[in-house]
Ligand binder design. Sequence first.
Ligand SMILES: Nc1nc2c(ncn2[C@@H]2O[C@H](COP(=O)(O)OP(=O)(O)OP(=O)(O)O)[C@@H](O)[C@H]2O)c(=O)[nH]1
Ligand SMILES: [Mg+2]
Length: 359
Amino acid sequence: MPANLTPEYLAAEASFKAARELPERIEALEEMLRVIPKHKGTDHLRGDLRRKLSELREDQKSAAKRGGARRADPGYVPRQGAGQAVLLGPANVGKSALLAALTRAEPEVAPYPYTTRKPLPGMMQFEDAQIQLVDAPAIEPDVYEPWMNSLVRNANLGLVVLDPAHPGVLGTIDEVQALIGRGRVKLCGAWWALGEGAAPAQEQARAGQDAGRELGDDELLARLDPGDVELPVLVLVNKLDLEQNRAELGVLSELLGPQWPLVPVSAQSGEGLDRLRELCFRALKVIRVYAKPPGKPASTETPIILPLGATVLDMARTIHKELARDLRFARIWSGRHFEGQRAARDAVLHDRDIVEINA
Ligand SMILES: Nc1nc2c(ncn2[C@@H]2O[C@H](COP(=O)(O)OP(=O)(O)OP(=O)(O)O)[C@@H](O)[C@H]2O)c(=O)[nH]1
Ligand SMILES: [Mg+2]
């Protein structure tokens, strides 16, 4: 029997798919079970969700027993800040130069290939938010190491770097896809970062295909396969300070632009880097909110980072479990509201909202 699922369930499922770490996956799955409409049509699916949940809980227990095993994995870089973006591409395209230009990290940058051997993280500032950038070794068939799979699977965003002067530049994205595909990661364009209407027609159709549609059990279960993850990407066309590279930009836009969101940059001159910071932030699908204790000024120095679509209740939960339990209503200050407009627990928050939580 087909199950007509609610937007609430689909949102929880989206968090499940976006979650890479076990605790996050477990939490999202619990939420899916909590909000799934409970009727005959979802019996089968609920059974499977419960089975999956107990599997993941078992995995978590054995991971805890192994204790520290993950630290030995050279591909594991714990996430920090608003999200983690990993630099991907063949040798010499300027991945490390971009990390150096955008963060305080000091990677080795050299005119010969295969300079970078291990992942190296750095924090990139976008306004008052920090985004973690991770430099990685070249993604090429002869040097691809299996631990790269965990690096790529754990990232929230991929930045595929192209050098227009590279003879194989048009095949680079496919080559990266083929290699990381071994880790069951599929690249998808982070079109939403570029704003509404930026995605080509077929992408827009894909994004809207689940809306209001009845999905069969098999289809729903296939979507839950924990093996496959989608990695949203922006494609950086680097070294645009070089005249001959700039001349290639038109051709690249024509041939790759319809399939991938291209971002022209130069690690050397800094061109396009401020826009890139902002695009990364938007690509991560997060918002910044600021907590304001009742009767006191807001603490606007450090934002609380929440997923796009988060509510007042989600924010309270992030601050403190008890605050979420006792939450009665909130007041929100922002460009969209009257000053201090009252908002319900389930009111959806927006980037830069100042929120006073009243218990
Ligand atoms: N002109 C110019 N040169 C650049 C730019 N970015 C990087 N380079 C040069 O390209 C070469 C390779 O840069 P790296 O940052 O080491 O490249 P990589 O992608 O990290 O290479 P591997 O670590 O070997 O995979 C160096 O000589 C850099 O100075 C750029 O924007 N413009
Ligand atoms: Mg490098």
